[in-house]
Structures are given as C-alpha cells and as structure tokens.
Design a protein around this ligand. Sequence first.
Ligand code: PHE
Length: 447
Amino acid sequence: MSTKSKKNSSKDQFSSFGFIMAAIGSSVGIGNMWKFPYLAGANGGGAFLFTFIICLILVGIPILLAELALGRAGRGDAMSSFQTLAVRHRKFWGFFGLLSVIAAFLIITFYMVVTGWTFQYAIGSFTGNLYRQTDNAAYFAQFAGGPLPLVYTVITVLITGAVLIKGVSKGIELFNKILIPILAILLVVLMIDAMSLSGGMKGVEFFLKPDFSLFTIESTLIALGQAFFSLSLGMGAMITYGSYVDKSQSLGKATLAVSLGNIVYALIAGLIIFPITFAFGLEPAAGPGLIFVALPTAFADMPFGHVIGGTFFVLLAGAALTSCVSVLEVIVAFVIKHLNWTRRKSVIVLSIITAVVAIPVSLSVGGPIADWKLFGKGVFDLFDFTASNILLPVVGLAVTIFIGYISKKGAEEAKLNPSLHRIWISLLRYVVPVFVILIFLYSTGLI
Ligand code: PHE
C-alpha cells in the first residue's frame, strides 16, 4: 500500500492551470473553427448558436464532468478506469472503455489528415501561392487527393509524438500552456480585423440574430452532435486527462471553464468567418468548403490578405494539434497500461501505425482510392462516420449510465455541493440518455 501511494503521488500529472489549458486544447479544434461556423451558417445563424448552448448545458456539460470524474476516480486509461470502478460486470464496462480507444484510433487518422491540410493552406497563404489559383474548389480537390497531404500528415504525427513522448506535465501541459493563450490572442486580432471590414457587420448580424424559422428538430440534433464532438466526449480523451488531475482540483469549475472556452472559441471563429464571408459577397452556407474554398477567395482580395489568411490557418493548425495530442494520448495511455510498454515505445510504435493507416484515409479524399467503398462510404468518411456517429454516442451513453446509476464512487469524485450534485445526477439519469439516444438514431439515419 505504501509503495502504491508513493507511486501515485509521484505520478506525472497536470498542474491546475495546465489541466484547464490541456482540456480546452482538446476541446477546441477543427470542430469549433471549421465545422461550427458552417453548421451555424446552414442552420439559421443565431438560432443554431442558441440551440448549441442549450445542448452544451443540458447534455455536454453533464457528460464532460462524468468523464473527468470517471478518469480521476479510476486513475487509469479509459478502459481500466471503467474496470477499476465497476464492482460487478467489469468486462462489460471495460468493453466501452475499449470502444473509446477504438474511436480515438479512427478519429486520429482522419483528424491528422485534415490538420495537415491546414499546414498547406498556411504556407500557401504566406507565400501567396494559394491566391494565384483561378479555381479554389479545383485546387482543393487536386491537393487533397494528391501525395502532398501524406507529407503533412507525417509532420503532424511527428509533432504530436514529440509532445507525447515528453509525458503529461513536460509534454502535453507545456504544449497547451504555450499554444492556447497564443491562439486566443490571434483569434481576437483576426476578429477585430474581420469585423472592421466594410459590410462585415451584416455577417455579424447573420451569425448572431436568431432566425427561429430555421429552428427544426434536425438542426437541434445537429447542434447536439456538434456539442458532443466539440467537447471531445465519448472517446476517452476527457477520461484520460481526468486521470492526470490532482485530487484537490475542482472538477466542476474545470468543466465550466472548458465549456465556456469552447463556446468562446466557436463564437469568435464565427465572428471572423461571417464578416469576411459577407464583406466579400460569398455564400454563408457554403458547407464544408467554406474554409478551404470560400475563405481563400476573400483573403486574396483583402488588405494584407496573405498575412491574415496565413494567421487564420496557423490558428486552425494550432487548435487542431492540441486536439491531436489528446486523441493520441488516449491510445498511448491504453498501451502503456495494458501492454506494459514504456511511454517512449508506445508513442513511437503508435505514431508509425497512425501514419501508415492515415495513408489510405488521405488518398480516399478524391485521390486514387476514392472509389474504394464499404457501405457506400470511402475510407475517410467511413472512419469519420463509425467513430463520430456510432462509437461516440455509444460510449457517451455508457459513461452517462455508469456515473448516473452504477458507480457511486465515480459520481462522488466530482465533489459538487449537494444541490448541484442532485441536479447533475438527475440530468445524467433522466435527460442526457434520451438526448444521446436521439443523436445516435439521427446520426445513423435510423430516424
Ligand atoms: N473537440 C475537437 C474539435 O472540436 C475534436 C476532438 C474530438 C478532439 C474528439 C478530441 C476528441 O475539433
């Protein structure tokens, strides 16, 4: 026992500020900066923002706190945290931890490919090459399907691996402590610049003024799915990070800080993208191409567009990298624990495997293997769909039930005051499961 507690106290873990930065780093990513603005654009602007915030409060925040509490009480990777806390049916609960590790693996492969695209766009902006294209859509398609993204994916893997090999406090924490504040400053600078464009205020109005005629069940479910992905829920990231948090830290406050940070970053991203979109007469609901196709058109005509565009893509790359770090750490922690490997060996082997699996993922985006289909989906879409639409809600539901009904020890780890605790547990028991089942049915096309 004494050696065990000694080992625990010397465990490599986060400082309290470092943990908040790392959790914000995981949550703020391509989802906030890329997906959120275009979803808002397509679903009624401010009405979508409003729905998103409600989903975050009713569903996202309770699960986030449940994952952090589960990790800190279980003190292990996603799978062993479940196993440690489950008094009965250990294998059954451990299985959901394993599913989250599989989700992390699927997500990391396509997430790194997209991260790689942002590098190319940052470089292309600064050199001006991106703005010499006549057809941005054709340029994007040709680039994404070609061999260059493979090089960028390897660079992404190398950066992520270099951070993880240094461990929790000297690697993950330090990386996020430096990057997250820098990203915040860049975001605000870009926002001021975008909002001062003439005609930009129309974009702000579009983004923030609720149009409730577009408030549909479908847009609500989309907002719910987005709240889930954007808080990095259902894939073990927050369980794993939670296991590195000191017992004295308030998980409730951390949850609030992360959720608030998440909204603020998504909000500011919209306040950059929509003023630019409107000032240059582009289509706000341009879909996923908004960032890689429409925005470059605007940057090409903007004063100092090369620098502004370059900074924007650097920001996107930074936000994506801090998420990559958290996703790969889920698998690293799992391998360290269950295969008993050293951190160094785990990071190196997993980096190689990730880079290799990312090859077909990347080449399936308009590349030579674009017509390899399974269930009607190419490799990239299949990985994204399986992880985001199936595994994340399933694991999210398991965490909800586990903390809401099964593990008292896990629930108590949140250390909320009694009335908040009651509200939280009631949400986990009666509200969250209904919503998560709805997301699952909707995103798998069953309703
Ligand atoms: N939350 C990240 C984003 O919004 C993505 C992510 C998902 C990161 C799952 C980690 C785990 O981009």
